[in-house]
Ligand binder design. Structure first.
Ligand SMILES: [Zn+2]
Length: 132
């Protein structure tokens, strides 16, 4: 899948990751001496304290983005990169060019966002309380 383009996506993802972490990682590095690969795997339990530290320093949005970037990097190494996580169809190259860390194709993403919107709508409805 996009084998020729992979190195360029890989370097772009690493660049995005570097920009996201920026000073956060630099600050944490001093308190994490001996860690050869900081934030190597954010799902690793051993790194949980470390990642929660990063989570505090990053905003919620950047944290989500970082997770997507890490997932994309993992997928590159397993050869699943560029496959929609929902419908398992290849994500169009043009979309990867714009958002190299995207998990979904445009169709699935808009579906997910619609679901989210309706879920929010549901939770905003007043709770029916039984007064009788
Ligand atoms: Zn899809």
């Amino acid at each position: 899948m996009y084998a020729k383009k992979l190195p360029s996506y890989l370097s772009r993802l690493k660049e995005i990751r570097k920009n996201l972490l920026g000073d956060v990682e630099k600050n944490l590095k001093s308190s994490q001496e001996g860690t050869t690969e900081p934030v190597a795997d954010i799902s690793d339990g051993a790194a949980r304290a470390y990642t929660s530290e990063i989570m505090l320093n990053l905003g919620e949005q950047d944290w989500q983005k970082l997770k997507q970037v890490d997932q994309a990097l993992a997928k590159i190494s397993t050869g699943e990169y560029g496959i929609c996580a929902l419908c398992e169809e290849p994500i169009p190259e043009a979309r990867l060019e714009v958002i190299p860390f995207t998990e979904y194709c445009v169709e699935c993403l808009s579906k997910i966002e619609q679901d989210k919107a309706s879920a929010v709508h549901r939770s905003e409805e007043p709770q029916t309380e039984d007064f009788e």
